[in-house]
Design a protein around this ligand. Sequence first.
Ligand code: 5RP
Length: 273
Amino acid sequence: RMAMSTSESAIPAEEQARLVETSKRLAAYQAVKDHLLPEYTRVGIGSGSTVIYVVEAIAALGAAATRAMTFYPTGAQSEELIEAAGLTLQAINKLPAGAQLDVAFDGADEVDDDLNLIKGGGACLWQEKIVATSAKQFVCVADFRKLSPRLGTSWKKGIPIEVLPMAAPRVLDELKRIGSHNPRVRPGLPGKAGAIVTDNGMWIIDAPFTPLLLPKDGESGIQAGNGDNGVWTVDALADHLIKIPGVAEIGLFYGSNGLQAASGAQKPVAAYF
Ligand code: 5RP
């Protein structure tokens, strides 16, 4: 894990933006150097602005290094990135049953001390989770702003939740009941009326919660984290959200993981900042 910290407020906006881009780029090149081994053949590529640098770092290895590799996207943006870099593209449904990706790289909106993630700021969370859990190793690449002790500390927009449009009002009701502060359907991109529509024809609800506790908080007796007073642990909230009728997928990537716990793992084995 590479750490970087800075007092952002003292730095002019233009310089801050440059720092952020440099941080994304450094993290991406390091992650690719450490986790894209020459013998790998199947690689997952996530979505967002940081992943642009991941693809740049992979392309910089040269055609000979990547000729035997196939790249699996997490949505339309990711597909375009792979194709524009001249890499071989394949849809995740073409990955044979029983097979796994060697590694998947993706960004995050926030990363906590246990490497639980909030994802879905770019509305691609459903396919991102399918690709991440199809990989033997999932590597998160993020700039220094994304790291925080508890999810919901820096990413204030809320946990992205992909829902069937017809279920949105009912899901909003349940989110309010369990303590979300002002959950709302994400609007369309500038110039587009109505709700944002995902690559899967769904809507996104952004649901802010009080920052989510980690298991260690419960062990030290700070709070139960079972939803009392709207306070949740990551795992308890995720387990509840995914069961709400009409919810297709949630932007919490959580749960046990490890280098050997490959299939079905949602949390990254490593995060680069
Ligand atoms: C998209 C995602 C992205 O990985 C996340 O929003 C981070 O994006 P960026 O790298 O642009 O900050 O989850 O659904």
